[in-house]
Design a protein around this ligand. Structure first.
Ligand code: AMP
Length: 284
């Protein structure tokens, strides 16, 4: 397995593989890899000749009071996992080689990135779309795999790829959970044992919401969201948002809505966790 630290080196590796007719799948990550990331790598492995995993804690997608500096890192462990799962290359640059000191170009999606995390983390999705664009130019992928764990991110990337004509197929991968239901996340490493136990309420309340909405449709949305908030607060979670939006527009549902994205961001202690579920509702 190759390890690249320099953008131009990755780009020539990718271009020379493409010239030989090889297909490439990219799995962008911020590292501290877990079974959720591994499932993305496994999907990529099945899709393409060459699998590139990027590991980059992208400073421009973090707000000034967020966890950039304490974000967990373990490159040795990550590279072992990537190798075990058949990755051909890791791209792990330092921020200073990714961004020139006078970099002044950003890529911004302006609709799907507004609500939910976009409203609470100004500039976050602009940071994501900018770095993903750079990674696409460097890794030259035919396929890129993103997790449903970050459902809004997946939608934003798909929209960007459509709007800007990137010749890349975006693959959405299922959300992987722990046995108790907690969505796997690198940020789970911040949680105390007690917080981790209490955070199980997130997947439980999403599961209950899923069942209620699948049965009751749009009419029961307000009651379902209230019940979720109540349960989460009872378990000691501090709600950032709990919302149900049309899963293709990320706008409030209308009579045209076929599917709902029920998404939440909740703090346990200082740790902000996100989770979601997609519900196909009955036509009215
Ligand atoms: P991150 O390292 O958190 O930026 O995540 C990198 C990629 O892995 C993103 O596409 C995430 O959506 C995906 N991912 C993270 N956690 C999970 C999970 N529990 N299940 C599936 N995909 C995940």
């Amino acid at each position: 397995m190759e390890i690249f630290r320099i953008p131009a080196k990755l780009q020539s590796y990718a271009l020379s593989n493409k010239r030989c007719g090889k297909t490439i799948a990219l799995v962008p990550t911020m590292g501290f890899l877990h079974a959720g990331h591994m499932s993305l790598i496994d999907i990529a492995r099945k899709k393409a000749d060459i699998v590139i995993v990027s590991i980059f804690v992208n400073p421009i997608q973090f707000g000034p009071n967020e966890d950039l500096n304490k974000y967990p890192r373990n490159f040795e462990r990550d590279s072992k996992l990537c190798e075990e799962h058949g990755a051909d290359a890791i791209f792990a640059p330092e921020p200073n080689v990714m961004y020139a000191p006078d970099a002044s170009t950003m890529v911004e999606e302006t609709k799907l990135s507004r609500p939910l995390c976009g409203a609470r983390r100004p500039g976050h999705f602009r940071g994501v779309t900018t770095v993903v664009t750079k990674l696409f130019h460097l890794a030259q992928p035919d396929y890129a795999v993103f997790g449903m764990k970050d459902a809004q991110q997946l939608l934003v990337i798909k929209r960007m790829v459509r709007d800007l004509n990137f010749p890349i197929e975006i693959i959405g991968a299922p959300l992987i959970r722990e046995h108790g239901g907690l969505a796997l996340s690198s940020r789970n490493s911040y949680l105390t044992e007690d917080e981790k136990n209490r955070a199980v309420v997130l997947s439980r309340s999403l599961e209950a919401a899923h069942a209620a909405l699948a049965k009751g449709g749009l009419e029961v949305v307000p009651a379902v969201l209230d019940a979720m908030k109540h349960e989460i607060e009872k378990a000691g979670g501090k709600i950032d948002y709990v919302e149900a939006l049309d899963c293709s527009t990320l706008e409030p549902p209308t009579e045209k809505t076929a599917g709902l994205l029920v998404a939440l961001a909740v703090y346990f202690g200082k740790t902000r966790l996100i989770d979601n579920t997609l519900v196909w509702i009955k036509p009215l």
